[in-house]
Structures are given as structure tokens and as C-alpha cells.
Design a protein. Structure first.
Length: 362
């Protein structure tokens, strides 16, 4: 395993679906063998949009954790924790919010986009505008080297890098707290001038295939077109039966094209190459019907979901086990975050240690 650190989080929106698995979780499971991974449930982030009804946040957090464990994240290979159990995130968020210009936040593309698209909630709040700063704190507090993101999140990581640069130049740069520029260390600390106290993370662009839902649109819980990681086999088959197909295939005898069919897209992600070959051949020659084709993709999906559901059962039967994993992970996260905060406070001259007044011997 590389000692490079990866940090990523998910909002607790309840049970995860195949789109979440293919878009992020599957990659996390791979990365836990390659990096020092910290994965967190971003419950405070959920409050930036769902502040008016917090009744499901905790339950949803547990559901997300169960899905992580089911998908194959392992507590001995990665740190899984919950954001609100590491209060240092809030402290760093506050300190970084002091130095983040408003304009940087107003320019974040998702800020405008979500404000325009989410009409049913009042997002004119301080918390919503500031959530990229909270996200920066989440990343910087663990000194993450990499953050796996999709294209749409790159702007957030760039903002995090800008915030880190500003922090470092204000509090640890060569001119920080200037008394004697020739001093090698920041006043009253062991921190060398010019040290990156908050290293700049890099985006790790992860290819996320677009996973269609049963109506052909992108799979999303809010569209009601999702196949959940917890769906039992009969439910998976039932959901796939009415799935939209290549519109050119109206009758059984019409040839179709898997490249223009959402079921074909699912095959490309989940089916082995032999099945894929049968799909191309059978669909283009009208040798197979769509019902048969869908049953093959259902087979492939069930093969992915079954071992997950088996693993999940252990934690469903004893939820305390899952909670203990979260607590142990949160404790480890508090240690790492606490060490960073000591450096941050030192650099800002607001350490918790007693310091005698200037000019006094004690
Ligand atoms: S045979 Fe399969 S790939 Fe071809 S149109 Fe029907 S469902 Fe789609």
C-alpha cells in the first residue's frame, strides 16, 4: 500500500444504488488496497440542504455505512468515520472561513446551479454558501494527497487548493508573523517558515460510467429509477422487466443496437464478454428478444449484488458491530485531525498551551 493518503466522503442520503456503487464505491474498494484511505459519512454536509428536517440523517448514515461494508470496505484496510464525530472539522471550517473571500464561494459552479435547480428548499443560507469551505476543511485536516472526484467536483478541489495556499502563505509563508525575517521558525513554534502546514491535495479523476436507470435516464434515487444494493433478486428482475430499450426495436423481429439501448449500457458494465458478444449478435440480428436480454443483465447484476447482500446481513443482524466500526474509525480520525489542528493553531498563534505574557519570565 502506498503511504499516500486518499480522502473521500458521501452524504447520507439513505440506501445506495448501483449508480453510487459504479460511480464511487467500487473505486473506493479498490483504493483501500492501494492507499491510506479515509472515508467519511458527510452528515454535516447533508444539513446544508436538509437542515429543515434532520430526522433521517442518523438512520441514513447507518444505511450508508452498511452499504459500504457490504460493498467490501474493510475496517482493517481503511478508516471509516462520521464527520460530526470529529468536531475538529468544524473548528478548521471556522478558521478557514475567516480567510476565504466571498467571491471564491460565489463563483463555485455548483453553488449557482443548485440554487437554481433546488426550488423546494431555501438555500439562501450561510451554511450552503460556505459548504465548499467545510469540504476544504474535511480534506485539509487529513493532509490528503488525493481526492477521488468526478469532473463536476474538480472546481471544489481547486478551491481547496486555493484555500490551502492562502492559509500557508498567511501563517507559514516566509513573511508570516514577521518579526525577524531571518528567523527560521515561526515565532514561538517549531514550524519552519515556508512549510506547507496544509498541503494542497490533488484531484484523482475517476472514470465513472454513466449508469442508466430503468427509465433510461441517469440512475438516481430522486427519479425513482434506481436498483438498490439491497434489492433482492426478484425485485431486481421485476425492475428490469419494463426497462426502456432501443426505440428502433418495436417488434420482436426488428433488429436493434445495444449501443443505443440502456439495457446494452448495463450489459457493458456488468456482463462478461461472452454475454456481451451474444447480446450484440442476438440484438442486431433480432435473434433474441428484449425479455431474454434483460434476464441476462439481471443475472449479471444479481451476481454482483448477492455477495454484498450476504456481507450486509451480518451487520443488519447486529447493527452494533457496524456502529463500533464507525466509532473506532472516528477515534482514529480524531487523532489525525487533532494533530493537524495543533499545527494550525500554533501557526495562527492561538495554541491551547500556556504562554507567559511577552516580557514576563513566567
Ligand atoms: S435485445 Fe437487448 S440490447 Fe437489444 S434492444 Fe433489446 S434489450 Fe436492448
Amino acid at each position: 500500500m502506498s503511504n499516500k493518503r486518499v480522502l473521500s466522503g458521501m452524504r447520507p442520503t439513505g440506501k445506495l444504488h448501483l449508480g453510487n456503487y459504479v460511480g464511487a464505491l467500487e473505486n473506493w474498494v479498490r483504493m483501500q488496497d492501494e492507499y491510506d484511505c479515509f472515508f467519511f459519512i458527510a452528515d454535516w454536509h447533508a444539513l446544508t440542504t436538509d437542515y429543515a428536517d434532520t430526522s433521517c440523517v442518523k438512520e441514513n448514515s447507518i444505511d450508508v455505512l452498511l452499504d459500504w461494508l457490504a460493498a467490501g470496505l474493510h475496517p482493517e484496510k481503511c478508516v471509516m468515520f462520521i464527520q460530526s464525530h470529529v468536531p475538529a472539522h468544524a473548528e478548521l471550517h471556522l478558521l478557514l472561513s475567516m480567510i476565504t473571500p466571498l467571491g471564491w464561494l460565489e463563483r463555485v459552479p455548483s453553488y449557482k446551479e443548485q440554487k437554481e435547480n433546488i426550488k423546494e428548499k431555501d438555500l439562501g443560507t450561510y451554511g450552503f454558501l460556505g459548504y465548499p469551505v467545510l469540504q476544504s476543511a474535511d480534506i485539509l485536516i487529513y493532509k490528503a494527497d488525493f481526492v477521488p472526484v468526478g469532473e463536476d467536483q474538480v472546481a471544489h478541489i481547486e478551491l481547496t487548493r486555493e484555500v490551502a495556499r492562502r492559509f500557508n502563505s498567511l501563517y507559514a509563508g516566509p513573511y508570516a508573523s514577521v518579526s525577524m525575517i531571518s528567523d527560521l521558525y515561526l515565532p514561538g513554534t517549531n514550524i519552519p517558515r515556508g512549510k506547507e502546514i496544509l498541503p494542497q491535495p490533488q484531484s484523482l479523476l475517476t472514470p465513472a460510467p454513466r449508469l442508466p436507470g430503468t427509465d433510461g435516464r441517469k440512475m438516481s434515487k430522486s427519479y425513482g429509477n434506481a436498483i438498490f444494493l439491497t434489492d433482492p433478486e426478484p425485485v431486481v428482475r421485476q425492475k428490469l422487466k419494463p426497462m426502456v430499450t432501443d426505440p428502433a426495436r418495436i417488434r420482436r423481429s426488428d433488429p436493434g443496437n445495444p449501443d443505443l439501448c440502456p439495457v446494452g449500457d448495463l450489459h457493458k458494465i456488468f456482463s462478461p464478454s461472452e454475454t456481451m458478444a451474444k447480446v450484440y449478435e442476438g440484438c442486431r440480428s433480432a435473434g433474441i428478444g428484449c425479455i431474454e436480454c434483460k434476464s441476462w443483465v439481471a443475472d449479471a447484476i444479481v451476481k454482483v449484488l448477492s455477495p454484498m447482500q450476504e456481507r450486509r446481513k451480518k451487520y443488519e443482524d447486529c447493527p452494533r458491530l457496524a456502529w463500533d466500526i464507525l466509532e473506532a474509525g472516528s477515534s482514529r480520525a480524531r487523532d489525525v485531525a487533532g494533530a493537524t489542528m495543533n499545527e494550525v493553531r500554533d501557526a495562527m498563534s492561538i495554541s491551547l498551551d500556556y504562554e507567559p505574557p511577552k516580557g514576563s519570565a513566567k
